[in-house]
Design a protein around this ligand. Structure first.
Ligand SMILES: Cc1cc2nc3c(=O)[nH]c(=O)nc-3n(C[C@H](O)[C@H](O)[C@H](O)COP(=O)(O)OP(=O)(O)OC[C@H]3O[C@@H](n4cnc5c(N)ncnc54)[C@H](O)[C@@H]3O)c2cc1C
Length: 285
């Protein structure tokens, strides 16, 4: 018969679990800065160890943030303790995307409200755990409707739908660099630090500051013509380029049947040229 630890190890086959010391530190931090619930017990973690897929992995802990400030606090704490994070909405994903070995951030419990609704301009600002069908119930009296219609609409959250949609776009962002790129403090005072709710400790010397290098990979196959997908992917790529500093590096690869460099990885000296190259991408294949 397997003991509890070997059973847990067997479930955690995809990625190494965080060290016990890091988890103890994370538990202290989460309990002091997150107002929502923080769970490290086996039952709560077990409830978040699977989704609508056949996969299973025991997370080290689960937090249910009450609001945006709680999310920022939890992400910052996990960053400081070097514990990976997996966000979770309704948990209806089919490929095991909603759990990992570290912290599962479950936004479905408390962050499920409309924050702002502008009927005239036909938009709503919602929390990520807002369930798609409940959003439409509240929009119906205004003759508005949020169109994406997954079969799981009575469980699927807006955050989860977007997470899933971004995945389906086939586009991605990679940060590449040398052996020191992911070391302590290297993102200090860089565009990445300004983008993320994570603060890197100050680098000891100016020479330790890293150059940020990004390769943007854009799917330009024919299916990207549907629903303005390619336009959205291009806009996301351009936004990423806009936040880079002149000494950072960026490159763009577009793929359909073949992949080609639209702009080779190089220093972002001429941002306008890079933005223009992304803008002129068209779908084919
Ligand atoms: C029976 C069945 C039918 C389905 N039918 C369809 C369908 O018709 N069309 C379709 O597109 N899909 C379908 N799906 C897949 C899935 O239900 C949908 O993709 C749904 O939109 C996922 O929403 P969720 O809230 O459950 O997200 P989750 O499964 O909880 O998460 C989805 C992804 O988004 C990430 N995520 C969640 N919340 C956040 C957040 N706040 N910030 C950043 N990332 C976040 C997660 O880490 C995960 O990678 C189906 C699934 C099942 C089981």
């Amino acid at each position: 018969m397997k003991n509890a630890d070997s059973e847990k190890d067997a479930m955690n086959t995809r990625a190494p679990s965080p060290a016990a010391g890091a988890l103890a530190e994370l538990e202290r931090e989460l309990r002091s800065c997150v107002r929502g619930e923080v769970h490290f017990d086996r039952m709560s973690c077990g409830l978040h160890a699977t989704d609508a897929s056949h996969y299973q992995m025991m997370p080290a802990c689960v937090a249910t943030p009450r609001d945006e400030a709680d999310c920022i606090a939890a992400v910052s704490a996990a960053g400081r303790c070097r514990v990976p994070i997996t966000p979770r909405g309704g948990g209806t994903s089919l490929s095991g995307q909603t759990f990992g070995p570290g912290l599962v951030l479950d936004v479905s419990k408390y962050m499920d409200r409309i924050l702002e609704l502008n009927v005239e301009q036909r938009w709503a600002r919602v929390q990520p755990g807002m369930i798609r069908d409940l959003l439409n119930v509240q929009l119906a009296p205004h003759r508005l409707h949020f169109a994406p219609d997954p079969a799981t609409g009575n469980r699927a959250t807006v955050g989860g739908m977007i997470g899933r949609y971004v995945h389906d776009l086939g586009s991605g962002l990679m940060v590449v660099g040398g052996e020191k790129t992911f070391g302590d403090a290297v993102f200090h005072d860089t565009p990445l630090e300004r983008l993320l709710p994570v603060t890197a400790a100050a680098a000891a010397t100016e020479t330790e500051r890293s150059v940020l290098a990004m390769v943007l990979i854009i799917d330009r196959s024919g299916s990207m013509e549907q629903d303005r997908r390619l336009d959205l992917a291009k806009e996301a790529a351009q936004q990423s380029v806009r936040v880079l500093d002149a000494h950072d590096k960026a490159g763009v690869i577009a793929f359909s049947d073949d992949a080609e460099w639209i702009a080779p990885l190089a220093t972002v000296a001429d941002k306008a040229d890079l933005l223009q190259r992304i803008a002129t991408l068209t779908a084919y294949g």
